[in-house]
Ligand binder design. Sequence first.
Ligand SMILES: [Zn+2]
Ligand SMILES: [Zn+2]
Length: 242
Amino acid sequence: MDIQMLGCGSAFAKTFYNNNAIVYAGGKKLLIDCGITAPLALHRLGHPLEEIDAILITHMHADHIGGLEEVAFQHKFLFHRKPTLYIADTLAGPLWERSLRGGLEQEKLRGLDDYFDLRPLRESAKTEVLPGLTAELIRTKHIPDKLSYSVLLNDTFFYSADMVFDPELLASLVHDRGVETIFHDCQLEPPGVVHACLPQLLTLPEELQGRIYLMHYGDAQPDFVGKTGRMTFVEQHRVYSF
Ligand SMILES: [Zn+2]
Ligand SMILES: [Zn+2]
């Protein structure tokens, strides 16, 4: 699979787009999360919204779901088709009721499946989301009392989305489950309250750090180049093959 970050920015970053990814597999494109800046970032990258085959949502923050209203309207009224939407079965209801319904509900369009080919995912169940690409949701901690998921792709690539520092999980993924590569969100400055922060990630053993690429960072990122131990920053728009 190939992965390209549409954006690498934190929720408040202004010099980077929202932390959303395009995964390419089997000649198709899967968007992991669709934040406020996703439609603009796709446009600037030369990918019309129409090219997106499927979207996978990790959790309910605007930098991960804020672009869905535009995606839904454009597909419904301009392209006349439904993009596939993968989301945890626990989040599908709240995504409509607590977020998208306000903008999307009208006449006979009364639910998520009026706009999307909805495919609820069960936690810890592996699903083929594109030809030759499997995804497994792993529930991780982000905001107390709010559901949030990370994604394991093809059994070997872990995408944290947004999560707090969880060294036991990272060690277990690598040692027990054979994960080779980790894309991890990284808040550059402490304290790491709802995200892992860089000083926390730097306490990981070097052999774990060597597998970690940092994403979801703030505008000060250039000041931290060379200060990330054996971890490297994911570069926005660069295509990585794993
Ligand atoms: Zn975020
Ligand atoms: Zn978040």
